[in-house]
Design a protein around this ligand. Structure first.
Ligand SMILES: [Zn+2]
Length: 224
């Protein structure tokens, strides 16, 4: 079982970055929920989120929740602001495990999205420093950049962002897709079971009675 802790940045009284009619807290939640849904298609995966609606857990609440749960990986999702353009991600300076995961995840996200690549970075940020497990913080475009904002308003782009995050985790943790059960197989076996039951009567009289009943209900019957 691999336990992923997903942290949609900000929330509640803290909107995060705001511009171009967008709130960072809404975008991070949207991306995080999409990541959660996609991850649950894989075997042996457990997902916990720092928030699932418009609430404000403090930074300590978030890292405490991940540490107490014993998460294997901490993924924090943010949107940037401050006059730049493009995607970048951060890990704690010198954390070799996190850097190894960053290499894989960064490659998969930038492969999915049509957005400028600002590169792999390191930063002494609370969620990266205070989480006991490998952690990454992604900054998915600049809310105050017109071009990035147009992309962030597009649900297809949000889904591609989420797919990039998930593909990165799938590769990094060697996850396998769940095998889907086919309803057609169930119908065939139910039919088989029905035939066995009808043919299994040792007393012919009982079988004949059942045949009459079935005929009344419109089933074709044969007694051998
Ligand atoms: Zn943020």
């Amino acid at each position: 079982m691999v336990k992923f802790f997903i942290d949609p940045g900000h929330g509640g009284k803290d909107p995060g970055a705001v511009d171009n009619g967008l709130l960072e807290k809404d975008l991070t939640l949207k991306i995080a929920k999409c990541v959660k849904d996609l991850l649950e298609d894989y075997e042996g995966v457990e997902v916990k989120m720092s928030r699932t609606d418009d609430t404000f857990p403090s930074l300590s609440d978030r890292t405490n929740a991940a540490n107490n749960w014993g998460a294997d990986f901490f993924l924090s999702i943010h949107i940037n602001a401050g006059g730049g353009v493009g995607y970048e991600d951060f890990v704690y300076p010198g954390s070799s495990k996190s850097i190894a995961y960053q290499n894989v995840i960064h490659a998969e996200i930038t492969k999915q999205i049509d957005m400028q690549n600002r590169g792999k970075k390191q930063g002494n940020l609370h969620v990266l420093r205070e989480s006991n497990m490998p952690a990454i913080l992604t900054e998915c475009g600049f809310i105050d950049n017109k071009g990035d904002a147009v992309k962030l308003k597009d649900d297809d782009f949000i889904e591609k962002l989420a797919v990039g995050h998930v593909n990165g985790l799938v590769k990094a943790f060697g996850l396998k897709k769940k095998v889907e059960t086919k309803p057609a197989v169930k119908v065939a076996s139910a039919d088989k079971l029905y035939r066995v039951q009808v043919g299994a009567f040792s007393d012919k009289k009982n079988a004949e009675n059942l045949a009459v009943e079935l005929k009344k209900k419109g089933y074709p019957t044969v007694i051998v």
